[in-house]
Design a protein around this ligand. Structure first.
Ligand SMILES: Nc1ncnc2c1ncn2[C@@H]1O[C@H](COP(=O)(O)OP(=O)(O)OP(=O)(O)O)[C@@H](O)[C@H]1O
Ligand SMILES: [Mg+2]
Length: 366
C-alpha cells in the first residue's frame, strides 16, 4: 500500500469513528462540507421529485417557441442563502409564484431523506420567503448549548430544540407559563434550569413546592421566599397579590396622563417606569400545583378557594406589575365553591361541555 492510500484509510476510519462517537465533531470536521455539496448538487432534482417546482410561465414558453429553443424546464424555488451552522444547514428560499410555505412544510420529510439529513423543519420568514432548517445529526442525544446565546433581561435559554435552535423562556413576551405533563416528563428539571438561568438576573424568585420542598429547597439560597405546604403557599400568594396592588398604585401615581401624552408613552406596566422607581420583577415558580387544590375538610376547602383566587388574580393582573407565574403540575383544576375560574362562557352556551374541554378530559387533564 502506498502512503496516500494509508492516509485516506486513516481519514475514513477517523471520520467513521467520529460520526459514531462524536457526531457534533464529525459534523464540523466533515459533515457540513459534504452536506452542503450534496444539497447544492441534488437541489434541482430533489425539488422536482418533491413537487416543489412550478411549470414555466406563459411568456417563457412563448419566448422559447419564438426563438425555436427547447421547452424550458420547471423551476424550483430560488436559493437566497445556504448557511452552515454548528448543527446543520439553513437554506433560505424565495418561492415561485403559486407556491406557499405550506407546500415546503408538507414536503419536509421527503426533503429530509432526499438530502440525507437527520431532521428538516421549515418556517415562513416573510411573504414568499421560507427558511428550511436542517440538522445533520440527532442534536438531542447529547445536548450541547451554543457557547453564545441571546440572553437578555427576563429572557433565558432553557433548552435546545430538535432543529438545533435554542428555546428561550422570555417573560416579557410570554408572561405566564403553565406546563402540564405526566410524571417524570421533566417538569421539575425545567424549573431548576429556569432558576439557574434567572439566578444572575435582577429578579426576585418565589417558590412554591408542594412536594415537601424536595425540588426547589436545594436552591433555597437564591429564593426570596419559599413555601413547601399549602398554608405557607397561601400566605405567600396573598402577600404577592398585595404587592401587585402596591405596584399598580405606583404605576398610577407615575402615569401623569394628559390628552397631550401619546398612547405609546403612557406608563402601563413596570417597564414603562423610570429605572430608579421600577420595582424588581418577580417570578413565581409553582411545582405540583394540583396539591394546592386538594382538601379533606371545610377549613382546607376555604384555604383552597383563597389559594385559587390569589393564583387567578395574579395570572389576570400580574403581568403589568411584573409578577410572572411559572406553574408546573400533572393535573390542574381551578374551581372554587363560587364556580369555575375558566374563561367566560357565552350566554347562549349549550348544555354540554365544549368539544375542546371534553378532549382534554379524555386525556386525564382537568
Ligand atoms: N432536560 C433533561 N435532560 C435529561 N434528563 C432529564 C431532563 N429533564 C428530566 N430528565 C430526567 O427525567 C427525570 C424526571 O424529571 P423530573 O423530576 O423533572 O420530572 P417531573 O415531570 O417533575 O416528574 P414528577 O411529576 O414525578 O415530579 C430526571 O430525574 C432526569 O433524570
Ligand atoms: Mg416534579
Amino acid at each position: 500500500m502506498t502512503w496516500p492510500t494509508v492516509l485516506l484509510l486513516v481519514i475514513v476510519a477517523a471520520a467513521g469513528l467520529l460520526r459514531w462517537r462524536r457526531p457534533a465533531w464529525y459534523w464540523l470536521a466533515f459533515g457540513v462540507t459534504l452536506a452542503a455539496v450534496r444539497v447544492l448538487v441534488r437541489y434541482a432534482s430533489v425539488m422536482e421529485a418533491c413537487g416543489l417546482t412550478v411549470p414555466p410561465s406563459r411568456w417563457r414558453l412563448m419566448l422559447a417557441r419564438i426563438a425555436n429553443r427547447p421547452v424550458p424546464e420547471s423551476r424550483a424555488p430560488r436559493i437566497l442563502r445556504l448557511r452552515p451552522t454548528h448543527t446543520g444547514l439553513v437554506l433560505r428560499l424565495k418561492l415561485r409564484p403559486g407556491q406557499d410555505a405550506f407546500d415546503v412544510a408538507t414536503a419536509s420529510d421527503r426533503l429530509r431523506h432526499s438530502f440525507g439529513m437527520y431532521g428538516v423543519t421549515s418556517r415562513e420568514l416573510r411573504s414568499g420567503v421560507v427558511e428550511i432548517r436542517m440538522t445533520g445529526y440527532d442534536v438531542l442525544k447529547r445536548v450541547q448549548m451554543p457557547a453564545k446565546t441571546g440572553t437578555r433581561p427576563m429572557r433565558i435559554p432553557v433548552a435546545l430544540r430538535e432543529d438545533g435552535s435554542v428555546h428561550y423562556r422570555d417573560y416579557r413576551a410570554v408572561p405566564h407559563g403553565l406546563t402540564l405533563g405526566a410524571t417524570e416528563s421533566g417538569k421539575s428539571v425545567y424549573q431548576r434550569n429556569l432558576v439557574a438561568g434567572l439566578a444572575p438576573q435582577h429578579v426576585a424568585l418565589i417558590g412554591i413546592d408542594c412536594k415537601q420542598g424536595v425540588e426547589l429547597f436545594p436552591l433555597a439560597r437564591r429564593f426570596s421566599a419559599l413555601a413547601d405546604n399549602p398554608d405557607t403557599a397561601l400566605e405567600l400568594l396573598e402577600a404577592l397579590v398585595s404587592h401587585m396592588q402596591d405596584v399598580y398604585q405606583l404605576i398610577r401615581a407615575e402615569q401623569r396622563v394628559s390628552v397631550a401624552v401619546p398612547d405609546a408613552e403612557i406608563a402601563a406596566d413596570i417597564w414603562d417606569l423610570p429605572e430608579d422607581l421600577r420595582p424588581v420583577p418577580v417570578v413565581v415558580l409553582v411545582d405540583e400545583v394540583a396539591e394546592l387544590a386538594l382538601f379533606a375538610n371545610k377549613e382546607e376547602e376555604k384555604r383552597r378557594d383563597r389559594i385559587i383566587t390569589a393564583l387567578v388574580r395574579l395570572a389576570q393582573l400580574g403581568r403589568a406589575a411584573g409578577v410572572y407565574l411559572e406553574i408546573c403540575g400533572a393535573a390542574l383544576r381551578l374551581r372554587t365553591r363560587q364556580g369555575h375560574h375558566d374563561a367566560p362562557r357565552p350566554a347562549h352556551r349549550p348544555n354540554r361541555a365544549p368539544r375542546q374541554r371534553r378532549d382534554v378530559r379524555q386525556h386525564g387533564l382537568r
